[in-house]
Design a protein around this ligand. Structure first.
Ligand code: UD1
Ligand code: CA
Length: 474
């Protein structure tokens, strides 16, 4: 099974080659409300590919092993802080109240960085697709150029909403003018500010205090510091990486870009994705060789999919492990383990903590919950198997139900090897059914059945000969 993809597309583990950077502090701006989202959830907590925007920004920059990482919070700060496990002391929360703009946000750091002599990397919390390699390039350029600030820019096809960057032919930047403050000619400039900056802190701190809010939004802009510093340089980055998210349209555009990144990676590793645009794949999924992902299939959370599996069409697979050469058609799998050569679906629902062994067949309208199913067992149609343990070569007839709930508690069903249940059997748990047992169709089984026996529980069939004719005679 391949796991080569991880370092390229998901958050890399802390890179051991990068040493702790005692001269680097990081500030992530996450205090804004995100008015344009029109949501009760703060913008930085909006989900993108199964993670919040903030989680993505944080994981991308923590890899740099800074001396300190500040998270500026304000709007619904409790929620934002609770969303992050502060496992190490690296992260410090700084409250910005009220939220008077990005420059005002960075001003909050002044008391915390009084003696700091290094660089401050500032990241907008709503730019989630940025790669850590790009931040590293930015820091390198900042050191090489010795500018007071070096920040990321991009030439955008649609620059609407972004601050425009005005630079000279030698690359030195004169100023950033916010979209709302630009005149018509300035708006034509497509070189935009990405909101990712590396400042010499001792230079920035002098300028920060002087920033005014004399602009259309009456906010203190961090971008105004650029023209006030002695030297400002920029590094151009890929358009896709610096997409900022202000509304649900941009959120969807970013999701699309992220999915293209993930699907392209896996296709380059030999996975067939017949219609990538209709699928979504989590960064925590791994695929073996010759896996085929059919349209409308969604792989979420941590999944490990073995060689030769065919997933979809129309399936949702979450936090699951699938062995080799298994297939899942129009079905839902959640937190389960499927071995080799298993066929699932169409229309099966495999719920958490289910384990299905080699060569099993789970057919249409079958629900399996918290059950272990041994090799070669078939549950082909219309069944519910819950809290059960099934042996090898069991054949579950259509409509067999394990009645596991007595209204108060859940109970277990155990079925031995080579047992067959007839259609519409109800197995009332707790119950132990031996091996090589036959359960007659339509039986409601309430008592344990010893191995090798036939269990039959249904009323006798009565036949009244000539019934129709005698009625018609009246
Ligand atoms: C900002 C930049 C713009 C750039 C764009 C890139 C400014 C003035 N403008 O604009 O030049 O092109 O990002 O995406 O910086 N925030 C706070 N406190 C505040 C205000 C904002 O922490 O008082 C945070 C927000 O939560 C957000 C980030 O700062 O994560 C950016 O704020 P936002 O309002 O989205 O700025 P933009 O208008 O996108
Ligand atoms: Ca923004």
């Amino acid at each position: 099974m391949s796991n080569k993809g991880n370092n390229l597309i998901k958050f890399p583990e802390l890179d051991k080659s990068i040493k702790h950077q005692s001269m680097l502090a990081i500030a992530i701006l996450a205090a804004g409300k995100g008015t344009r989202m029109k949501s009760s959830i703060p913008k930085v907590l909006q989900p993108l590919g199964g993670k919040t925007l903030l989680q993505r920004v944080l994981e991308t920059c923590l890899i740099l092993k800074p001396e300190k990482c500040f998270l500026i919070v304000g709007h619904k700060s409790d929620k934002v802080m609770q969303s992050l496990p502060n496992e190490n002391d690296l992260l410090s929360f700084v409250i910005q109240k009220p939220q008077n703009g990005t420059g005002h946000a960075v001003q909050q750091l002044i008391p915390y960085l009084a003696d700091f002599k290094g660089d401050l990397l500032v990241l907008n919390g709503d730019v989630p697709l940025l790669k850590s390699e790009t931040i590293q390039k930015l820091i390198k350029k900042h050191k090489d150029s010795n500018c007071d600030v070096t920040f990321l820019t991009s030439l955008l096809t649609n620059p609407k909403g972004y601050g425009r960057v005005f630079s000279e032919s030698n690359g030195k930047v004169n100023e950033i003018i916010e979209d709302k403050d630009c005149n018509e000619t300035q708006l034509k400039n497509k070189l935009t500010n990405a909101g990712i900056y590396c400042f010499k802190w001792n230079k920035l701190v002098k300028v920060l205090e002087k920033l005014s809010s004399n602009n259309k939004q009456n906010e203190i802009y961090l971008t105004d510091s650029i023209s006030q510093l002695e030297s400002a340089c920029h590094l151009e980055a890929e358009q896709e990486e610096v997409m900022g998210i202000n509304d649900k349209i941009q959120l969807a555009q970013c999701e699309k870009a992220l999915q293209a990144r993930i699907c392209n990676y896996w296709m380059s590793e030999g996975v067939t994705i017949t219609n990538p645009e209709s699928c979504s794949i989590s960064e925590d999924a791994n695929f073996g060789q010759d896996v085929i992902i059919e349209p409308q299939t969604h792989i979420r959370g941590k999944c490990d999919i073995g060689n030769g599996c065919v997933l979809g069409p129309g399936s949702l697979i979450k936090d699951s492990i699938i062995g080799k050469n298994s297939s899942v058609t129009l079905s839902v799998l959640n937190n389960c383990e499927i071995k080799d050569f298993v066929s699932i679906g169409p229309f099966a629902n495999i719920r958490p903590h289910s384990k299905i062994s080699e060569n099993c067949r789970i057919g249409n309208f079958v629900e399996v919950k918290q059950s272990t199913i041994n090799k070669n067992t078939k549950i082909n149609h219309l069944s519910y198997i819950g809290d059960s343990s099934l042996g090898k070569n069991v054949n579950i007839g259509a409509g067999t139900i394990t009645a596991n709930f007595d209204g108060f508690n859940k109970h277990k069903t155990v079925i031995g090897d080579h047992t067959k249940t007839g259609a519409n059997s109800v197995l009332v748990a707790p119950i132990d059914i031996g091996s090589k047992v036959t359960i007659a169709g339509g039986s409601t089984i309430t008592k344990d059945v010893p191995s090798g026996s036939l269990a039959l529980e249904r009323s006798k069939q009565h036949i009244k000969l000539g019934w129709t004719n005698s009625k018609e005679a009246n």
